[in-house]
Design a protein around this ligand. Structure first.
Ligand code: NDP
Length: 495
């Protein structure tokens, strides 16, 4: 079957890139299959999309927020009705197994419901004045054209986390999805359009980071950039944005620790670690990549984890029995294999995995074995750098204090977890762990959209997506004072 050609979506029309160039995306489980052909866009395409978003802004920002929200609520129903088809598209484009792809879609449905309902809230603050006959309140206002840059690993969920709060606030949007997984963004936007979103409110420009992402960051008519991706790219986006004093929200890498105390239920830990270290083939920003375990239970726990890792069914995510899919592309596969090589050079012990899988049906995909290293010291690069693959580093410690110190001793701070039955230990860790998200007796993945999502240190720059904080990046506060006394009242003076 001929692969579909996806054109840029600008001002409600599908248009070819002005560069005249396209690129193919291939299925990472079987690279013989082209899943889509996309526009390799350049600065002119970004400029056209920003112009369309700018033209749509005055009318959209005047639509009452509850009406904007209704479009999102309707879109949620449409996405739900297509969940199976969209899950298949998502698995084909980036590789995660169908059951996980379904979770990606469900997150977008949840966000459409949550952000849609916000159209009827969007609370501000009303306070009493310190002066008589004076009323005061604060309101949220939209900002303008918002630029969104997303990665490939949660292609529908992350697009929805940014796009839906942005538009319910009354902004218009230009999105540049990760080049490895653009189809899910088209699927999401298709539902919004069918639900009644006017032309120009959301525009899609596909392409590579430097060619299509950077012109969006640099465009003077785009005052807000919301970016999710690696820390290196995020730093560049931040620097470029700072030159024009833009509001830039960054969600970046992680090196997430999972602490295990001696009183933990080891079978429960094993299940959680295997899910969080090898789910999405380790390509989650919140993946468990460091297992920081008390030495009294390290032996039996590692045995359980290794046994389960070796039994994981690795394969094409479209097959119902598959538990772990391929890595997203060849570059990522080489990078992960490079870290596995490095771990051995650094002196860690490879307890399982380590190799590429090429037998039979796996011959044409980017498959590698789930890999566990023991004897890892906190100073090793495999314990400090984000690998973004199915590689777990096991670090032994002798106390809770040491575990927390090791957990905090990295550049990142997204998600952290502790398994213990001791409430005192759990509470101490909960406060001391340097992370935006902490789990107790659950692994480092599993965030829900009702709470703020984001990280500290090199993971983020102080913003949070989702939860009640989701509109902060996409709206401007305005404080309003109404004096109906008929005389000049001087605040702080006429008390
Ligand atoms: P990248 O940083 O490579 O890319 C992210 C996005 O930025 C892509 O759309 C990319 O385009 C684009 N981009 C690349 N260069 C530029 C540039 N010069 N200017 C503007 N945009 C650019 O990350 P990945 O896509 O590989 O995603 C994996 C990373 O994302 C990991 O580090 C992971 O931890 C992080 N992540 C963080 C999350 C969080 O919430 N904290 C959630 C999920 C992932 P293209 O790829 O098309 O070239």
């Amino acid at each position: 079957m001929e692969a579909r050609v996806y054109k840029n979506f600008i001002g409600g029309e599908f248009v070819e890139s002005s560069t005249g160039k396209t690129f193919e995306r291939r299925n990472p489980a079987d690279t013989r299959e082209v899943v889509g052909v996309f526009q390799d866009s350049g600065a002119d395409d970004v400029h056209a999309a920003v112009a369309a978003a700018k033209a749509a802004y005055p009318a959209w920002s005047q639509v009452p927020a509850p009406r904007r929200g209704e479009i999102l609520l309707k879109a949620a129903e449409i996405i739900q009705s297509r969940k199976d088809r969209y899950s298949q598209d998502l698995t084909r484009e980036m590789g995660k197994p169908l059951f996980e792809a379904g979770g990606d879609i469900v997150e977008a449905i949840g966000m459409a419901q949550y952000a849609g309902s916000e159209g009827r809230r969007m609370h501000g603050v009303t306070t009493p004045s310190e002066l008589p006959n004076k009323f005061q309140m604060s309101i949220r206002q939209p900002i303008g054209v918002v630029g969104l840059i997303t990665p490939w690993n949660f292609p529908m969920a992350i697009a929805s986390w940014k796009m839906l709060p942005a538009i319910v606030c009354g902004n218009t949007v230009v999105i540049k999805p990760g080049e490895d997984a653009s189809i899910s963004t088209y699927n999401l936007v298709e539902c919004l359009v069918e639900a009644g979103l006017p032309p120009g409110v959301v525009n899609i420009v596909t392409g590579y980071g430097p060619g299509a992402g950077q012109p969006l960051v640099e465009h003077p008519d785009v005052p807000v950039i919301s970016f999710t991706g690696s820390t290196d790219t995020g730093r560049l986006v931040y620097e470029l944005g700072a030159r024009q004093i833009k509001r830039v929200s960054l969600e970046m890498g992680g090196k997430n620790p999972l602490i295990v105390m001696p009183d933990a239920d080891l079978d429960l830990v094993m299940e959680g670690v295997v899910w969080a270290a090898f789910g999405t083939t380790g390509q989650r920003c919140t993946a468990t990549s460091r297992l920081i375990v008390h030495k009294d239970v390290a032996g039996p726990l590692v045995e359980r984890i290794v046994a389960r890792a070796q039994s994981l069914r690795v394969g094409d995510g479209l097959q119902a029995e598959t538990e772990m899919g391929p890595l997203v592309n060849e570059k990522q596969m080489k990078r992960v294999l490079g870290y596995i090589e490095l771990g051995q050079q650094e002196g860690a012990t490879m307890r399982c995995g380590g190799g590429r899988l090429t037998e039979g049906a796996l011959a044409n995909g980017h498959f590698i074995q789930p890999t566990v290293f023991t004897g890892v010291r906190p100073s090793m690069r495999i314990a400090r750098e984000e690998i973004f693959g199915p590689v777990l580093s096991v670090i032994e410690v002798g106390s809770l204090d040491e575990a927390i110190a090791v957990a905090n001793d990295v550049a990142y701070g997204l998600s952290a977890s502790i398994y213990t039955r001791d409430i005192n230990a759990a509470m101490r860790a909960m406060l001391a762990l340097q992370a935006g998200i902490v789990y107790i007796n659950a692994p480092t993945i599993g965030a829900e959209i009702h709470l703020p999502f984001g990280g500290v240190k090199a993971t983020g720059n102080g913003h949070r997506e989702a939860g009640p904080t989701m509109m902060d990046v996409f709206s401007e506060w305005k404080s309003v004072y109404i004096d109906y006394s008929g005389s000049l009242q001087r605040a702080q003076i006429d008390l």
